[in-house]
Design a protein around this ligand. Structure first.
Ligand code: C5P
Length: 413
């Protein structure tokens, strides 16, 4: 049976080397019974000719928004209405960015705005470009709008790099296109379940801060950053765009998250208060040093005296300052306590104007600082949830879910 019998598929081709595979893609889609029309960007025509695609599709190829003859034959709105399904393959970083920005600067981007048909994109680009935060943000934006992303695949790339970013093979693209017609309801449900945080901006502080004494010495603490990084991973996996502002840690940055490396509390404060302007959720997981040196020595301090005094001044409270912003994000703090956990945690919740605080008892061995496991009790103004001892990855998933539930409730009220 031809699964695409009578289906009208508009194939958008943008300017990537994988464009050379598109004549074969057109033929395989037609083998499944589809009527295929091709739209090419200017860049695509540098890789493959419209004549080739006209020959294999048996339809005129469209490549211009402003061509009077083409508009007479089938105008862009007509073409947008004609399509049952739009597949953009290869989809370059550039075309993805333009669509995510809502641009209508050429025929293909205009069609994406003008169509009511489902759209799938098959990214094709260098692995570094694929991992770039800009591209990932754009992909998250598109998936949150209901676009489907086919791939990309991993492997050797035209530029010699190895990694994610290859356009899927033609037969995989045909199979996935067929599935869009055979399993549309199931796919919609899968998409909704898969990415509940799509479109959300999460900002997370993590790790310790270092307060310089002189060019070679500093004051710091034992925070490993593991909890903050685990929260970043959990939020990213649920579709959030995640930025971590991290003090010095020995951890690999989670995939698709952006890390901003800082040293001191002042640097972390400056980054957090700037980036929080655009954040939906702020999670202050960092163990920020409470005090810093009032003056940092320019030269290494000599041990010429038997005793010495360091003059410390208080650091700004980052989470409290974010929570005091006019358009404050949903703000989550942490409290590491050795006694009377609920009393102190609730005190900080109120004093710092937080929406939520996650408290752990650091007096209990095997959890908290530098450990792989942790247990938390999470408080909001009128709720409380115990997250029992488990590894930080699992705990982070439970915490992210609890944050998401409360964040969604806060939007309703
Ligand atoms: O007051 P305390 O340090 O116990 O509060 C802990 C919480 O406040 C954590 O969320 C921590 O990241 C945050 N904090 C901060 N800036 C500071 C001190 C703490 O953001 N200067």
């Amino acid at each position: 049976m031809q699964i695409l019998q009578g289906k009208k598929i508009l194939l958008g081709i943008s300017g990537g080397i994988a464009a050379y595979k598109t004549p074969e893609l057109v033929r395989r889609l037609k083998d499944q019974g589809a009527d295929v029309r091709v739209v090419m960007t200017e860049g695509a025509k540098a890789f493959i000719t419209p004549l080739t695609l006209q020959a294999v599709s048996a339809n005129a190829v469209s490549d211009s928004l402003l061509d009077t003859q083409a508009e007479l034959a089938m105008g862009h709105i007509e073409l947008a209405k004609w399509a049952d399904f739009i597949l953009i393959a290869p989809a370059t970083a550039d075309i993805i960015a333009k669509i995510a920005a809502g641009m209508a600067s050429d025929l293909l981007t205009t069609l994406c705005l003008a169509t009511a048909a489902p759209i799938a994109i098959a990214p094709a680009m260098n692995q570094q470009m694929w991992h770039n935060r800009a591209t990932q943000n754009n992909i998250n934006t598109l998936t949150s709008w209901g676009y489907t992303v086919f791939g990309p695949g991993a492997g050797e790339q035209a530029c010699g790099d190895v990694g994610l970013g290859r356009m899927l093979e033609v037969d995989e693209l045909v199979t996935l296109t067929c599935q869009e017609f055979t399993q549309p309801i199931q796919k919609t449900q899968e998409k909704e379940q898969a990415k509940p945080l799509a479109g959300q901006q999460w900002l997370i502080t993590a790790g310790p801060t270092r307060e310089a004494i002189d060019p070679v010495r500093y004051i710091s603490n034992h925070s490993s950053g593991k909890m903050g990084f685990a929260i970043a991973t959990a939020a990213q996996e649920l579709g959030a765009n995640v930025t971590i502002i991290s003090g010095p840690v020995n951890l690999t940055t989670p995939e698709f998250c952006q890390k901003i490396a800082v040293n001191s509390a002042i640097e972390m404060h400056q980054q957090a208060t700037t980036l929080a302007e655009n954040a939906d959720i702020f999670v202050a997981c960092a163990a920020v040093a409470d005090y810093r040196l009032d003056t940092i020595a320019n030269e290494k301090i000599k041990k010429s005296h038997d005793t010495m005094r360091l003059n410390l001044i208080k650091n700004p409270d980052i989470v409290a300052d974010v929570a005091a912003m006019t358009n404050k994000p949903f703000t989550v703090g942490f409290a590491a306590e050795t006694q009377d956990v609920e009393h102190y945690a609730r005190g900080k919740l109120a004093r710092k104007n937080l929406d939520m605080i996650a408290a752990n008892n650091v007096a209990t061995s095997g959890q908290g600082f530098n450990s792989d496991d942790n247990a938390l009790t999470v408080y909001t103004a009128n709720d409380e949830k115990v997250l029992p001892l488990t590894n930080k990855a699992e705990l982070a998933k439970q915490l992210v879910q609890f944050i998401q539930d409360n964040y969604q409730n806060s939007l309703k009220s």
